[in-house]
Ligand binder design. Structure first.
Ligand code: 13P
Length: 256
């Protein structure tokens, strides 16, 4: 038994549509029972336009829903942005911030990401905060340096958040959507590094904070990953779009 309740979140990215989502919600409702929910915290993060649909389909279950991103500003003339207040208004319990696709494709930086986390927490949203190195950084052997910098920027906000409301997602960029997952040992080594680094930076509840792994998690590799002592669940992309696969991953989290 892990000292922390495992958490599995599905990041649907820019996928789905009303009908496809209905199919997926139906599959989740059919397979996820109270027993599983008592063992694992489950979240789905559809694109913004479908958050209302998530509320309608999941409102009477223990599966939570959340945003894939949130604005770094409170409100006003910021065309296309969605605020923490709006997510909360749509029943979201969580939001992802700092996903690598936003860091690399949209130029999001640590300062903005930690501001988003701060605003989200103030608005009663819980936060999944993504960090990770690129392939180039891993090959140059600077993974720890890159992560240390990302954690350093986030440390004040992590330190101020209750442990159950803040999750770190370690997503090595080279493992995302490539089918090439980190090995359980590789991921465990980094998770342990993240935990000790947080503690060294003054995060007193570093042992209680969940650190989940993301990057090509599938039913076939989930249990081996989640059995590692510092891997507390997963942030799932592609496999979260198929109900059976997502449920199998959630079951693996309960066993890990
Ligand atoms: P994949 O599971 O598709 O590799 O995506 C991981 C991810 O980016 C989740 O946020």
């Amino acid at each position: 038994m892990k000292p922390r309740k495992p958490l599995v979140a599905g990041n649907w990215k820019m996928n789905g549509g009303t009908l496809a989502n209905e199919h997926l919600f139906t599959g989740l409702r059919a397979s996820i029972d109270r027993h599983l929910m008592s063992q694992v915290e489950l979240i789905v993060c559809p694109p913004y336009p479908y958050l209302g649909q998530a509320a309608a389909w999941l409102g009477d279950t223990d599966i939570a829903w959340g945003g894939q991103n949130v604005a770094s500003l409170e409100s006003g003339a910021f065309t296309g942005e969605v605020s923490a207040t709006m997510l909360e208004d749509l029943g979201c319990k969580w939001t992802i911030v700092g996903h690598s696709e936003r860091r690399t494709l949209l130029g999001e930086e640590d300062e903005t990401i930690s501001r988003k986390a701060e605003l989200a927490l103030a608005q009663k949203l819980n936060v999944i905060y993504c960090i990770g190195e690129t392939l180039d950084e891993r090959e140059r052997d600077i993974t720890e340096e890159v992560l240390r910098q990302q954690i350093e920027r986030a440390a004040p906000v992590i330190a101020s958040a209750p442990a159950e409301r803040f999750v770190i997602a370690y997503e090595p960029v080279w493992a995302i959507g490539t089918g090439r997952s980190a090995t359980p040992e590789q991921a465990q080594a980094v998770h342990e590094f993240i935990r000790t680094t947080m503690a060294a930076m003054g995060v007193q509840h570093a042992r209680q904070i969940r650190i989940v792994y993301g990057g090509s998690v599938k039913p076939s590799n989930a249990l081996a990953l989640f059995s590692m002592p510092d891997i507390d669940g997963g942030l799932i992309g592609g496999a979260s779009l198929v109900a059976d696969e997502f449920v199998a991953i959630c079951r693996a989290a309960a066993l890990g």
